[in-house]
Design a protein around this ligand. Structure first.
Ligand SMILES: O=P(O)(O)O[C@H]1O[C@H](CO)[C@@H](O)[C@H]1O
Length: 317
């Protein structure tokens, strides 16, 4: 296991601070941009923005996924010009990174002063009432890797950040979820296009089998993705408040699929039963579809995040 010490995090933060103008040496808000959702940084004041490629920051690993630019951007967000740090592209375990490597930027952001983190992601919808393109405010998560031995906090606890056994039952606080819905409605997102629910994390990179999808829905998940949870756990451990926003980019195939045996028996006249199961062969999940939906809906998500940052800056939450 890669060991990352308190000094490693501090070294990365000090590196950034030494290169940043004073206005960004301490930031209030962090934003992690999910697949295809990095366009948010195009909405910030371009004249004050400062960018670092991940490959140039000590301790950071490389971002290898299409739709994840691989840069850390500092800028002013919204009308209140909140000093914000954006991860434009995140790290995933399926890229070969450990959870500690994937979450290193969150601790670096903690050292740079963030009090609040907005985590966004692209995900697959598991419920028939969801539409592709819907937004979902996360109200809880189901960490499949975390439950079976791959929790982001495994290893020596760094007391400097937080306690050995942090509670995450309130990771997605009610007050912030309310603020997010307020932001969404104020920017004109229809209540029919935004919901609240449970995000399940799997490691990927293969998408779910049909039975895995049914299993996830049965055990309480509304959507599934391959990120977010490690970042949230590490942020909550460090006392950072979290808002999670998912964009449902595709429908996860759940139908059982046609019964081959029955079909052959019917063709040979051995039975007259007909398989009524829907044929979903054409709807495989794929990353191109994920990026396509992100591109279609990223504007709404951006407007909502900007409004949320302003509401947050205007409240004492
Ligand atoms: O969670 P983000 O980074 O948004 O990306 C999602 O999209 C990719 C699959 O298309 C996976 O990486 C999944 O986690």
């Amino acid at each position: 296991m890669t060991v990352i010490t308190e000094e490693t995090y501090k070294y990365s933060a000090e590196f950034l601070i030494s290169k940043l103008p004073q206005e960004f040496q301490q930031v209030d808000l962090g934003v992690i941009c999910g697949s295809g959702l990095g366009g948010l940084v195009d909405t910030i004041d371009q004249s004050t923005k400062v960018e670092f490629l991940y490959k140039d920051i000590p301790g950071f690993v490389a971002s290898t996924v299409v739709g994840h630019a691989g840069k850390l951007v500092f800028g002013h967000l919204g009308e209140f010009r909140t000093p914000t740090v954006f991860m434009v592209g995140r790290f995933h375990c399926y890229e070969g990174h450990t959870m500690l490597q994937c979450t290193l930027p969150v601790r670096v952001m903690a050292l740079m002063g963030i009090k609040s983190l907005i985590v966004t992601n692209a995900c697959g919808g598991l419920k028939s009432e969801h539409k592709v393109g819907d937004l979902m405010i996360i109200n809880d998560h189901l960490s499949l890797p975390g439950m079976v031995g791959n929790n982001a906090l495994i290893g020596a606890n760094i007391e400097f950040f937080g306690p050995r056994f942090p509670a995450v039952s309130d990771a997605y606080t009610y007050a912030l979820r309310k603020l997010a819905f307020k932001a969404a409605f104020e920017v004109g997102i229809s209540p029919n296009d935004i919901r609240e629910g449970v995000y399940a994390m799997v490691t990927g990179p293969s998408f779910e089998t049909r039975v895995e999808a049914r299993y996830l829905a049965t055990i309480g998940a509304d959507v599934v993705g391959m990120s977010t949870v490690p970042e949230v756990v590490v942020a909550r451990h460090a006392g950072i408040k979290v808002l999670g926003i998912s964009l449902i980019t595709n429908d996860v195939v759940r139908a059982r699929g046609k019964d081959a045996k029955l079909e052959v028996m019917r063709e040979l006249g051995l039975t007259d039963k007909i398989d009524t199961e829907e044929d979903t062969e054409k709807t495989f999940a794929n990353h191109a579809e994920v990026l396509e939906t992100s591109a279609m809906r990223s504007n709404d998500m951006q407007r909502m995040v900007i409004r949320y940052a302003d509401l947050l800056a205007a409240t004492l939450i």
